[in-house]
Design a protein. Structure first.
Length: 142
């Protein structure tokens, strides 16, 4: 597996066969983080099966630090664990964007939103119902 400069100019593992950057979570030491398991298969099969989330693609950004502080988490590890637990739970409703090829889990009560694809969380933050509805229309979430 080659290494290429990813976002932010840092070297990241890159799988040339799939053309994707690969997150390395082996350092966490738990099999659960490294496994990819399908947790839901839609009855109508309008979208691919949902893969269990196992972590973030990047946590070292100002963007993610800001979200963690806004949501009241003490550190980035706590923020990541909460995001993975929330996305993998049945809390809220799961949506899919065919144009972005991403899954969105939104909980109206807590206003939490997690966005994931291929088992990788892209972002996790609070969104009001009005803001989420706007996003839902723009990204054509189903």
């Amino acid at each position: 597996m080659a290494k290429k400069k990813g976002a932010g100019g840092k070297l990241q593992a890159y799988d040339e066969s799939s053309g994707r950057y690969v997150a390395d979570y082996a350092a966490f030491g738990t099999q659960e983080l490294r496994e990819r398991q399908i947790i839901e298969i839609p009855a109508n099969a309008e979208h691919p099966p949902v893969e269990k989330a196992f972590g973030f693609n990047r946590l070292d950004t100002k963007h993610h630090h800001r979200h963690a502080l806004e949501m009241g988490f003490k550190n980035m590890r706590e923020y990541e664990q909460a995001a993975v637990a929330f996305f993998n739970s049945d809390k809220g409703k799961l949506y899919y964007s065919a144009s972005r090829k991403r899954f969105y889990r939104y909980n109206e009560r807590t206003q939490w939103l997690a966005v994931s694809s291929h088992g990788v969380i892209h972002t996790f933050f609070k969104r009001t119902k009005k803001e989420f509805e706007k996003m839902r229309r723009q990204d054509k979430l189903q």
